[in-house]
Ligand binder design. Structure first.
Ligand code: GLN
Length: 296
């Protein structure tokens, strides 16, 4: 048996299971099982495999991973990681797999916010991909990240430990702002909250619907539930001149901009992702005193 044959078998199985990326996925799993890089795979793929215990183990591992993928488990949960902003994040079923869409948000913050002393708050941190990327790439020294899920926070902490030397992110468990210490204030607020309307979720691809954490996706009836809460409460936690950056669904720009405007934010801007869809809303709290109801 050769690697080439294993690859063909796996690709066939994945194609029959409806995997649109069967060839690439099978190859990724083969490299993972045999701990090979692409160059060594290409050089050796036609060679008969050695008859050793290690090879037998790798073949078994590969077949098990192919089976999982046939059941439409996302590749990232099978191999346990996803690259985001050039950093390797560990992922598992307790956290949403970091998306390229979310890189749009991180890139915007890095572009607009050059002062690493500004205090960052990342709500619904999940794998920690936004918080950790900002700490690593933007060198922000004071970053707080919150999540309702203890398991998500464990994953985020693990990512911090692997990716961030020295500086530490404060991880707090709780429902949005309830996780925070009263009296603390921030300059930059980021969030990729759950934003998919409940009834849409059952129409999503099996990878998302059956494997990704529902609590990271479900934005209630109209998908806007978390934006309402964030917009209404953010003013209390942001310093004057503070900025908010929210990832949104492609059709939520108007609604989310409206909520922020209503809550007293200005300089509201909608930013598109690489495929050209509305993806991030950013806004500023220029003058805190004008915000009705804020604690002045
Ligand atoms: N971008 C994710 C998706 O389309 C949803 C993320 C979220 O709800 N925050 O699957």
């Amino acid at each position: 048996m050769t690697l080439h044959q294993l690859l063909n078998q796996g690709t066939g199985q994945l194609e029959r299971a409806g995997d649109g990326e069967a060839g690439t996925d099978a190859r990724r799993l083969l490299l993972e099982a045999f701990r090979l890089d692409t160059v060594h795979f290409l050089m050796n793929r036609m060679e008969p495999l050695e008859d050793t215990e290690a090879v037998a183990y790798a073949v078994q591992d590969y077949r098990q991973m192919i089976d999982k993928r046939c059941r439409r488990m996302p590749l990232q949960y099978i191999v346990g990681s996803q690259e985001f902003m050039g950093l390797e994040f560990r992922v598992n079923r307790h956290v949403l797999i970091p998306r390229q869409d979310t890189e749009t948000l991180v890139e915007l913050v890095l572009e607009e916010q050059k002062n690493p002393r500004r205090r960052v708050l990342d709500l619904c941190t999940g794998s920690g991909c936004i918080a950790v990327s900002l700490a690593v790439l933007g060198k922000f020294q004071d970053v707080t990240a919150t999540d309702l899920s203890e398991e998500a926070l464990k994953t985020a902490k693990n990512n911090q430990e692997r990716l961030l030397e020295g500086r530490r992110i404060r991880f707090l468990q709780g429902d949005l702002f309830h996780a925070l210490r009263p009296g603390d204030t921030y300059d930059i607020l980021t969030a990729n909250p759950p934003y998919i309307p409940t009834q849409i979720i059952k129409g999503l691809q099996p990878e998302v619907q059956n494997y990704e954490p529902l609590m990271a996706l479900d934005g209630d009836q109209d998908g806007l539930c978390f934006y309402r809460r964030i917009a209404a409460e953010a003013g209390e936690w942001l310093n004057a001149g503070g900025c908010i950056y929210l990832e949104i669904g492609h059709d939520q720009a108007e609604a989310v901009s409206g909520l922020l405007k209503e809550a007293g934010f200005d300089k509201i801007k909608v930013i598109k992702d690489l495929p050209g869809k509305d993806r991030v809303v950013r806004a500023e709290l220029t003058d805190k005193k004008e915000k009705g109801g804020s604690h002045v």
